[in-house]
Design a protein around this ligand. Structure first.
Ligand SMILES: Cc1ncc(C[n+]2csc(CCOP(=O)(O)OP(=O)(O)O)c2C)c(N)n1
Ligand SMILES: [Mg+2]
Length: 498
């Protein structure tokens, strides 16, 4: 399906206009012609609908820059440019651009996706009080009360941005206005748990709110948390233990020593779990063993895992890069993995890796830091490579690059792929960069750079990078632009109508 038809696909299913299309048409009706942004959940469909409506969309690498660009369009043309951002961290990154536009009195509309209204206060994916957050940086900040209310809110935002003293305006679009709901169906192993002990973890989006169909409706949670306000969020626990998990687990273990108990290893639940682990493993191995080029994520991570020192610190960010990496790259010790975390913020990786390398240098000389970045994630703070080189931190940076073209590709097949691209990374219009040589960012500052396209090249460059304990290195790993995760039973981060 050509990408111009993607936005229409949701509409056809629903038999009526999607929120994305209503937004795009309302903007066009206001003679808004340029949009800059970084797409992702839940705004990708808005960018596609905007293009369909004839709005020029430019996919940027960081929302701050996108916001500067949109406000400059406002200044140059007299009609506001739009900056389109994802919820939470995406919106927060745009605040610098909003403040700048407001101070310059340049017209700007920021459109931010936000979490679904039905998940408000539950700890939804990238939930954040966005309308309130934008108030200080804008003339007008609002969320339409319904899809029908979108055109009048957009009209008001455009008017406010140019009337009187021009400035920035914010329109908040909840995910459920944009996306069709995806049915969650098949239910596997963990669902059969009847008691779950939560040690400090929150029952937010990461744990599917503790709700069916991911869990049995009558599952009993034993919740241990240091924060009293967290106890009972989304699910009423069978038992709550308020306290530091270090102290509470010590007390629990002392009790277990007195009255030992073990879940019967031959139970049905264990059987299902073991089967699921086996089939997951087999599927990952099958994907990893694929010999075809360009490589897929599983092949890459399989070869990386083989060489990772057991005590290394793994830093990771990206969408597939992080999610698949999480399942293949093992970490054996506590606090040895840092990633985009609960808020899913892209751009944290290099800062985390620098911090980890400095701490390792002080406390555990010789310990390695491996930073596994999606190409888009890397783009958010790639210039920190200069910091890495300036401080001589021997970080091994892997950029898993699905935004470039494998040199052996024939032009026709990659042209075909442009129609699909990587919806998260490659902002529409889908386009790949024929010469995305991220390794040059490292060599520019004196580190080692590798461009790899095959498992053998990956193995060799990783071996060299790990053997070098003084210089940082960056391995630019070309993978199949359409590579993706194996099919998921439960959707959260991956939910989109595309
Ligand atoms: C600050 C911020 N802006 C935007 C997003 C939306 N987002 C989620 S993952 C992602 C990038 C994923 O691409 P990449 O890092 O190349 O990983 P891939 O899935 O291609 O492996 C983006 C832009 C975000 N999470 N945080
Ligand atoms: Mg990518």
């Amino acid at each position: 399906m050509a990408e111009s038809n993607l936005a229409a696909r949701g509409d056809a299913l629903e038999g009526q206009a999607s929120g994305a299309r209503v937004i795009a048409q309302a903007l066009k009706a206001q003679d808004v012609n340029y949009m800059f942004g970084v797409v992702g959940i839940p705004v990708t469909e808005i960018a596609l609908a905007a293009q369909e409506a004839g709005i020029r969309y430019v996919g940027m690498r960081n929302e701050q820059a996108a916001c500067y660009a949109a406000s400059a369009v406002g200044y140059l043309t007299g009609r506001p440019g739009v900056c389109l951002v994802v919820s939470g961290p995406g919106l927060i990154h745009s605040l610098g651009g909003m403040a700048n536009a407001n101070m310059n009195c340049w017209p700007l509309i920021v459109i931010g996706g936000s979490s679904e209204r039905s998940q408000e206060t539950m700890g939804a994916f990238q939930e954040f009080p966005q309308v309130e957050a934008c108030r200080l940086y804008s003339k007008f900040s609002a969320r339409p009360s319904s899809i029908e209310a979108i055109p009048s809110i957009i009209e008001k935002a455009v008017r406010s941005s140019i009337y009187g003293r021009p400035g920035a305006c914010y329109v908040d679009i909840p995910a459920d206005f944009v996306n069709l709901q995806v049915n969650v169906n098949s239910i596997k192993a963990l669902q059969f748990a009847d008691v779950i002990v939560l040690l400090g973890a929150r029952l937010n989006w990461i744990l599917h709110f503790g709700l069916p169909p991911r869990y049995q409706p009558d599952v009993k949670f034993i919740q241990v948390d240091i924060c009293a306000e967290e106890l009972g969020n989304n699910v009423r626990p069978a038992v709550t233990l308020l306290g530091d998990i270090n102290a509470v687990t010590k007390q629990l273990l002392e009790q277990f020593d007195k009255t030992p108990w073990q879940y019967p290893p031959e139970s049905e639940w264990w059987k299902v779990l073991r089967e699921k682990m086996k089939s997951n493993d087999a599927l990952s191995k099958e994907l990893a063993s694929k010999k075809s080029l360009p490589m897929n994520y599983y092949t890459v991570f399989y070869h990386v895992q083989e060489q990772l020192p057991r005590d290394c610190i793994v830093v990771s960010e990206g969408a597939n890069t992080m999610d698949i990496g999480r399942t293949v790259l093992q970490n054996y010790l506590p606090r040895h993995r840092l990633d985009a975390g609960t808020f899913g913020t892209m751009g944290v990786g290099l800062g985390f890796a620098i911090a980890a390398a400095i701490v390792a240098k002080d406390r555990n000389p010789g310990q390695r830091v491996i930073c596994v970045e999606g190409d888009s994630a890397f783009g958010f703070s790639g210039m920190e490579v200069e910091t890495i080189c300036r401080y001589n931190l021997p970080i091994v940076l892997l950029v898993v690059n699905n935004n470039g073209i494998y040199q052996g590709f024939d032009t026709d097949s990659w042209k075909e792929m442009l129609k699909f691209g990587d919806a998260t990374t490659v902002a529409p219009p889908m386009c790949l960069l024929p010469h995305s040589h991220y390794e040059h960012v490292m060599t520019a500052f004196g580190g080692k750079g590798y461009f790899v396209q095959t498992p053998e090249e990956l193995q060799k460059s990783l071996r060299q990078s790990l053997a070098d304990t003084t210089n940082p290195s960056l391995i630019n790993i070309m993978i199949e632009p359409q590579a993706t995760r194996k099919a998921q039973d439960f959707h959260w981060l991956t939910r989109s109508s595309l």
